[in-house]
Ligand binder design. Structure first.
Ligand code: WT7
Length: 650
C-alpha cells in the first residue's frame, strides 16, 4: 500500500489566494476579533482549545435554552452542547423569517426542462409548516422515522425540514438507487410514512418512481402511508387508504406550526452508506452539533456572505446535499441553486449557462464532473461569462492535479481558489480542507479544519510523516455521527477498534513536509464510482443472488473520468454456460437490485477465483490483475491456476 503512495507524483506548484480574497474572508475577519494573525496561529490556538472555538460558533446560532457543557467525550461516544435546547429548522428558517431575511430568496430551483421556481425564506417556511402539520395529522411524532425517496425537487428539502421541525428523523434514499434499496432502508428504519413522487425527468425522458415503490411496499410491513408528490405528470395508481397526494394533504393545512423544542443530541437524520459488508450502515446525526459543524464549515471554507449565490451541484440524496444544499446554506441564510437534471443536458453548456444566468459566486462539485467537462472541452465554459465566480470547491474523491488545473483555469479564470474538501457521510462536515486564506497545492486537501486532529498512522498505529498510511482522526468534532442506527456495536467495531478510540476513516493518504494532506482513496473494500460510495460486498451479494451464479468478486478498475469503474468476476454454477445474453441479464439484475450506479461496467466469467487456503477470495490479486500490476506474493494462494484464468478473462 505505502509503496504505491510513496511513489505518488509530487506536485510542486503552489497557488496563493489573492489578497482581496484573503482580506475579505469571513475567517480573516473572525480571526481579527481574537487578534489571531496567521493561518498557522489559528490552527494552533483552535487546536489547543477546541471547546473555545466551537462555543464561539455555536453562539452564532439560536438556542431555546443555553447548553451547560460544550463537550462530553467518553470515547468513542461524544455529546456536544449538552443540555442545550435546539432545533435545526428553527435556525434554518424561523430565525430568518423573524429577522431581516424573511423575503430573501432561499432557493432558486431549475427543472431539467428549464422551468424556474423561487422560494423566499418565508415561503419556504410556510411550505415546511404545512407539510409538518400534514405529517402530524398522519400520526408522525418526535422520534419516528420518515423514509424519503425523491429526486431533486423542492419537496425534498421541504420534507426534510418538516421532519426536523417536529422532531421526526428523516431517512433519505438517493432516487438514483433502485426501489429495492428503498425497501431495505424502510425496513431497517421501520418507518410508518414514506414519501415519493410520480416520476421525474432524466435527459428529457420521463422515469417513473411511484410505480417502482408500489412493488416494494408489498414487503415493508411498517408503512401505513405513502405520500406522493405530483411532479412529472406520469399516471399512477393511488392505493385507497394508503396513498395520499402531497398537494391534497397540505392544501388546507395551517401555515403555522410550532417548532419542537429538542435536545441538542436528539437525532436529526439517518443516512445509509456503504461499508465493507453487504449491509449498508445507518449513519446517525443529531440536531445540535451537526448544525454547528456544517454552519461553521460553510461559513469559513466557502466563505458565504450576504449576497453570494451558492451552488452545491450534488444530489440531496447524498451527505453533500444534506449538509451543503439543505442545512448549512439555510443556517447561514444564503441563496442557493438547486438543479433537477443532468449536468450535460441538453448540452455540455448547461452548468455554465446556469452559472452565468444566476450569477453564481461559489460553486461546489465533484472531480468526476470536472473530468467529464474536461473531456467536452473548454469551448463550452468559454461561451459563458463566468466572472461572477469567486471560489470553487471539490468533493467526493481525490482530485487529480490535471483536473484541478483545468477547473482553476477554465472555470475559475485563474482567480478562484479551489477548496478541495475531504469528509465523509460519517463526519457530517468538512474535516480536511483549505480555507480561503491557505496556499493551495493541486491535489491536496491541505490541512485539517481548525480544531480537527487528523493524522496518518502506519499499521501499528504509529504516526508517520511523508509516508503513506491510514487517515485517522484523533479527537471528536461537533458534527460527527453519533452511532450506526440500531447497530451500536458496528459503530465501535468498524470505526474505533483498529486503533483504540481513534477514528479510522477507511482512507489512505500521506502528510507532506508542509503538513499538507494528500488523500489517495479507500484502503478497504469500498469503491468510489463517480464519487459514489459502493461496497464490493453489496455488488457481490447482488450478483450471487442471481440464478446460476455460484460466486462473485468485485474490484475497482481505474477510470479516467469516473475515478473507478466496477469490474466483476463471476463463477457460474454447474450446468450454466457463459454467454453475452447471460452477462447482460446479470448486469441488469444488479441494476435493479441496487441501481444504475452499481452496474458493473466489466463483467467477466471465470472458472475459479483466487483464494487463500482458508477459502477467502484474494481481492488483492484480482485488483492487481485488473490494474495490470504485478500480483506480488501469491504463495498463500490455494489455486494459483485461477490467476491464469483471470488473465484469459481480461
Ligand atoms: C469518501 C466518503 C464527503 C461527501 C461526499 C462523499 C472520499 C471525499 C474527498 C476529497 C479525497 C475524498 C473518501 C471518503 N472523499 N472527499 N476531497 N479527497 N477523497 O461522502 O460517500 O461518505 O464518501 O469519499 O474516500 O472516505 P461519502
Amino acid at each position: 500500500m505505502s509503496k504505491e503512495l510513496d511513489s505518488l507524483l509530487k506536485e510542486e506548484r503552489i497557488f496563493k489566494p489573492s489578497s482581496e480574497i484573503v482580506e475579505n474572508s469571513n475567517i480573516k475577519k473572525w480571526m481579527a476579533k481574537y487578534g489571531i494573525q496567521s493561518y498557522e496561529e489559528l490552527l494552533e490556538k483552535a487546536g489547543k482549545n477546541p471547546e473555545w472555538f466551537w462555543d464561539e460558533l455555536a453562539q452564532e446560532l439560536g438556542w431555546f435554552k443555553e447548553y451547560t457543557d460544550i463537550l462530553k467525550w467518553d470515547p468513542p461516544h461524544a455529546e456536544w452542547f449538552l443540555n442545550g435546547k435546539f432545533n435545526i429548522t428553527h435556525n434554518a428558517l424561523d430565525r430568518h423569517v423573524n429577522g431581516s431575511k424573511k423575503d430573501k430568496i432561499a432557493y432558486i430551483w431549475e427543472g431539467e426542462d428549464g422551468e424556474i421556481k423561487k422560494l423566499t425564506y418565508h415561503e419556504l417556511q410556510k411550505e415546511v409548516n404545512k407539510f409538518a402539520n400534514a405529517l402530524k395529522e398522519l400520526g408522525v411524532k418526535k422520534g419516528d422515522t420518515v423514509s424519503i425517496y425523491l429526486p431533486m425537487i423542492l419537496e425534498l428539502p421541504i420534507a426534510m425540514l418538516a421532519c426536523a421541525k417536529i422532531g421526526a428523523v428523516h431517512s433519505v434514499v438517493f432516487s438514483g438507487f433502485w426501489a429495492k434499496a428503498f425497501q431495505e432502508r424502510i425496513n431497517d428504519a421501520k418507518s410508518k410514512v414514506a414519501i415519493t413522487t410520480d416520476g421525474f425527468t432524466r435527459r428529457g425522458k420521463l422515469l417513473p418512481l411511484k410505480e417502482n415503490v408500489d412493488e416494494i411496499l408489498k414487503n415493508t410491513p411498517s408503512i401505513k402511508n405513502l405520500i406522493v408528490v405530483k411532479h412529472s405528470g406520469i399516471d399512477v395508481e393511488m392505493q385507497e387508504g394508503r396513498d395520499l397526494w402531497w398537494h391534497k394533504i397540505t392544501k388546507n393545512m395551517s401555515e403555522e406550526c410550532k417548532t419542537e423544542v429538542l435536545d441538542s443530541e436528539d437525532p436529526l437524520f439517518i443516512l445509509y452508506t456503504s461499508g465493507t459488508t453487504g449491509k449498508p450502515k445507518g449513519v446517525m446525526h443529531v440536531h445540535g452539533g451537526y448544525a454547528v459543524g456544517v454552519y461553521a464549515t460553510l461559513k469559513f471554507v466557502f466563505d458565504l456572505k450576504e449576497d453570494d449565490i451558492w451552488w452545491c451541484a450534488a444530489d440531496i440524496g447524498w451527505v453533500t446535499g444534506h449538509s451543503y444544499i439543505v442545512y448549512a446554506p439555510l443556517l447561514l441564510g444564503a441563496t442557493s441553486i438547486i438543479y433537477e437534471g443532468t449536468p450535460d443536458y441538453p448540452d455540455p453548456g448547461r452548468l455554465w449557462r446556469m452559472v452565468e444566468n444566476y450569477g453564481v459566486t461559489v460553486f461546489y462539485t465533484a472531480p468526476t464532473t470536472i473530468r467529464m467537462f474536461m473531456k467536452f472541452g473548454e469551448k463550452w465554459p468559454k461561451q459563458h461569462d463566468l466572472s461572477s465566480l469567486r471560489l470553487l470547491g471539490s468533493v467526493g474523491e481525490p482530485i487529480n492535479p490535471e483536473a484541478w488545473i483545468w477547473y482553476y483555469k477554465h472555470i475559475g479564470g485563474e482567480k478562484c481558489p479551489i477548496m478541495d474538501t475531504w469528509w465523509q457521510t460519517e463526519t457530517g462536515m468538512h474535516l480536511i480542507t483549505p480555507l480561503p486564506i491557505s496556499d493551495l497545492k493541486p491535489g491536496s486537501a491541505v490541512r485539517p479544519f481548525p480544531t480537527v486532529k487528523a493524522d496518518i498512522f502506519d499499521d501499528e498505529g504509529k504516526s508517520v510523516k511523508e509516508k503513506g498510511g491510514h487517515l485517522v482522526i484523533k479527537s471528536p468534532w461537533p458534527s460527527m455521527f453519533r452511532t450506526l442506527y440500531r447497530d451500536p456495536q458496528r459503530y465501535i467495531d468498524a470505526y474505533w477498534s483498529t486503533f483504540e478510540n481513534i477514528y479510522l476513516s477507511g482512507d489512505v493518504g500521506r502528510i507532506d513536509e508542509d503538513g499538507y494532506f494528500w488523500i489517495q482513496g479507500r484502503s478497504d473494500d469500498v469503491l468510489k464510482v463517480a464519487g459514489h460510495r459502493i461496497s464490493t460486498a453489496e455488488v457481490e451479494s447482488a450478483l450471487v443472488s442471481y440464478k446460476g451464479v455460484a460466486e462473485a468478486a468485485v474490484v475497482g478498475k481505474p477510470d479516467e473520468i469516473k475515478g473507478e469503474e466496477i469490474a466483476a468476476f463471476v463463477v457460474l454454477k454447474e450446468g450454466n454456460t457463459p454467454s453475452e445474453d447471460f452477462k447482460n441479464k446479470l448486469k441488469y439484475h444488479v441494476r435493479t437490485e441496487i441501481g444504475p450506479i452499481a452496474t458493473p461496467k466489466y463483467l467477466n466469467f471465470v472458472e475459479d477465483l483466487p483464494k487463500t487456503r482458508s477459502g477467502k477470495i484474494m481481492r488483492r490479486v484480482i485488483k492487481a490483475k485488473v490494474k495490470g500490476e504485478d500480483v506480488g506474493d501469491i504463495t498463500t494462494l490455494a489455486n494459483p491456476e485461477a490467476v491464469d484464468g483471470l488473465d484469459r478473462a481480461l
